[in-house]
Design a protein around this ligand. Structure first.
Ligand code: FES
Length: 121
């Protein structure tokens, strides 16, 4: 089994561009997310906390204040994501466990599955 610490979903370059009118900003944020996850070793299966998964989503049904980043298992949704904010969010939220409150636009609760953060291989 591979342990997963966080799953990050970024609505970066949505087809309908409802939340992110500037596709270049979304694309740059996505590039920063991919690069930092890789450079900081967050995809290393030996990482004690588990790996960090990241995916580009077409729409997260927020459709405002984008680019929008959803982080599980907390269900935290960040708005106005930029490459600079991606770095802060990764450092503060993912690594230090301190959500960046001023950039949060929504919180979801996923209580039924909370705690089951492993992938079957
Ligand atoms: S288009 Fe980005 S959340 Fe819907």
């Amino acid at each position: 089994m591979t342990r997963v610490s966080h799953h990050l979903l970024l609505c970066a370059t949505p087809t309908k561009a409802l939340c992110c009118p500037d596709p270049a900003l979304g694309a740059a944020s996505w590039d920063a997310l991919k690069r930092l996850v890789r450079e900081w070793g967050l995809e290393d299966p030996q990482r004690p906390e588990g790996i960090v998964l990241r995916n580009k989503a077409d729409c997260l049904r927020i459709c405002a204040e984008g680019p929008v980043l959803l982080i599980w298992p907390e269900g935290s949704v960040y708005g106005g994501v930029t490459p600079e904010r991606v770095e802060v969010i990764l450092r503060e939220h993912v690594l230090a466990g301190r959500p960046v409150q001023e950039w949060l636009v929504r919180r979801y609760a996923f209580s039924a599955l909370h705690g089951l953060n492993t992938l079957q291989e």
